[in-house]
Write a protein of this length. Structure first.
Length: 594
């Protein structure tokens, strides 16, 4: 019998079904858990650095996941560095490799030090998490509980390293096949094998896993869009979309749309709050099922504006929504209360997926929908006599902010289109206008609170409190169109970007803002995953972070409106009166604020 020889390894191959084949299988399985000790050292360093402070406090599960990802990346970098160092330097040294006992001792010491350093690092890491939690007014995690981080990290890192090794073995397998069948050169075979596997992985991730995730999310969330929150009932007032006389039927508005039009203040409540007769606020909304296309939904919105006589109100506010079609109830109620109901708020749904999925799946859809809505309503508004048409305002939070900014090529467009007031809250880092203004900020102003053109049209506020926002609006005097960005120094949605992988941003070179830890440092690759974890805990809901921190702006949006759109004669006492009403309603709960 002829024994085959492996052309890559040079080892003899036994026929199928023999003990050798079984041993090879066992050896392959063992190779998936066998570790490179230079990689272990690098992985431990990456894990320890991943425990350093970032923007938001993290629980042990999230910390473990990010720690495991960073550890696996560090392990891979360590393996590569070890091989390069060995081939370029150690191979020429007479003393390398040392005798087996010394080598075994070095490996054992590496493992002990890696484990010991990782465990010890969890103690100050837990203390750092408690410090960040204290800044945000929430209870921190105990050290004992935080030790669980290591278990989650070991499992996560182990799975990722195992997957990487399976990919590596697949490349070697393809190389062997090409060498045996077509006598391809070893290096060429490895190159082709790598290319094939990389292409297959990209196709799998983009074509199967990604689309499968989006399809699964759609299948899970679309039924929710067709439901109605308990306690929410169809409005009967003509001033609301979804009413019996509306062009936008109630059952087409979606989950968030029905909540928007069915809640909010009414004229009698506003009259009691402000001590004078009030108007019934107008709320106009078009859901995804209201019409099949964006153009169709816009036609419904324009018909609703005409039907409700929205152009006869004091204020008309255009609101590009977040991914699910959500409109922040605090922002909506604030502007309605300030103008005693002499308002018309108009919004349109473009997706029923949460903002973070919409951002990943098709962020351009939000920008396209936002631009189309703003342009269509502006065109109709501009046809009304200038002396009698309402003040045109724009509001957007999170992805809604990004959608609204998409309507403008640059800042003068906002002025040229006639907007009197614009409030953008928690803008994603990828927002085009925000990014351009921040990059071109006045010299000497920090990235976390930039100043542009001495604040003539646009200003930025940390949203640290009413006094801080009022101060930004008051000095210097602010005339003409007012554009205000509210952004927390701790908001990961504002500061996350792919550039964090390999570039230290200015906001991490500067002194920290009011709620960012001064201990936060930038590390290549690691900080990107830290801020990604911070964002993962925020983007599912603004309520996932403490009020006034992260991506939860709470009643600071009332102060934002007071800064850019205060009615004539408005005082700080008026703002506090509205705030007291908001806080009372928030404490009571109810469908509007859920």
């Amino acid at each position: 019998m002829t024994t085959a020889v492996d052309e890559v390894t040079g080892e003899a191959q036994a026929p199928p079904g023999t003990k050798r084949r079984r041993e090879s299988l066992a050896e392959w399985a063992w190779s998936l858990v066998r570790l490179d000790f230079v990689g272990v050292a690098f992985g431990a360093v990456f894990f320890c650095l991943s425990l350093t402070p970032s923007l938001m406090p993290r629980d042990w599960i999230l910390a473990g996941l990010i720690g495991g990802i960073n550890a696996a990346i560090g392990y891979g970098i360590g393996v590569l560095a070890g091989k390069l160092f060995g081939r370029l330097f150690l191979i020429h040294q007479r003393w390398w490799p040392p005798n087996p006992k010394v080598l075994y001792g070095l490996k054992a010491a590496t493992v002990v030090l890696a484990i010991g350093a990782s465990v010890l690092m969890l103690i100050p890491a837990a203390a750092w998490q408690r410090e960040i939690s204290a800044v945000m007014g929430i209870e921190g995690i105990s050290t004992l509980v935080y030790l669980r981080t290591l278990v989650v990290a070991l499992v996560t890192g182990g799975v990722l390293v195992g997957v990487a090794r399976v990919i590596k073995d697949a490349i070697k397998f393809l190389a062997r096949v090409m060498i045996r069948r077509w006598d391809v050169n070893d290096e060429v075979a490895m190159f082709i094998g790598t290319a094939i596997v990389v292409v297959l992985i990209i196709m799998l991730v983009n074509g199967v896993l990604y689309r499968g995730f989006i399809a699964g999310a759609s299948a899970m969330l679309q039924p929710q869009n067709e439901t109605t929150r308990p306690g929410v009932e169809q409005p009967m007032l003509a001033e609301r979309s979804g009413s019996p006389v509306s062009f936008a039927p109630w059952d087409t508005l979606g989950f968030q749309g029905r909540n928007f039009v069915a809640t909010g203040p009414h004229a009698d409540e506003l009259a009691t709050l402000n001590g004078r007769p009030a108007k019934e606020p107008i709320r106009i909304y078009a859901g995804l099922q209201t019409a099949d296309t964006i153009e169709g939904r816009l036609a419904v919105l324009l018909s609703e504006l005409q039907r409700t006589k929205a152009f006869e109100r004091k204020v008309l506010v255009i609101i590009p929504t977040t991914g699910t079609g959500w409109v922040d109830p605090v922002a909506a109620r604030s502007i309605e209360s300030m103008y005693n109901g002499d308002t018309a708020l108009v919004a349109m749904q473009y997706s029923y997926l949460p903002s973070w999925i919409s951002f990943l799946a098709d962020q351009q859809k939000s920008v396209t929908a936002g631009r189309a809505m703003i342009e269509a309503i502006h065109q109709r508004w501009s046809q009304w006599p200038q002396a009698s048409r309402p003040e045109l305002m724009l509001y957007g939070e999170s992805l809604g902010s990004m959608a609204g900014q998409g309507a403008f090529g640059y800042l003068p467009d906002v002025v040229d289109m006639g907007f009197s007031s614009v409030l953008w809250v928690g803008p994603p880092n990828a927002s085009r206008l925000w990014k351009a203004l921040t990059a071109r900020r006045d010299p000497g102003s920090p990235e976390y609170q930039p100043r542009y053109d001495a604040g003539r049209t646009v200003r930025f506020a940390q949203a640290a409190g009413p006094a801080e926002i009022a101060g930004v609006a008051a000095s210097p005097a602010w005339k003409g169109t007012r554009v205000l960005f509210l952004q927390h120094p701790s908001d990961p949605v504002v500061w996350w970007s792919p550039g964090l992988l390999f570039e230290r941003p200015d906001w991490l070179k500067e002194p920290p803002g009011f709620d960012r830890s001064a201990l936060m440092r930038w590390y290549p690759i690691i900080t990107f995953w830290q801020v990604s974890a911070d964002m993962a805990g925020n983007v599912t809901s603004s309520q996932a972070s403490p009020t006034g921190h992260g991506h939860n702006y709470g009643d600071s949006q009332l102060d934002g409106w007071a800064a850019v759109a205060a009615p004539e004669g408005w005082t700080r006492e008026d703002t506090e009166r509205i705030r007291h009403s908001l806080n009372r309603l928030l404490a009571a709960g109810g469908p509007e604020f859920q």
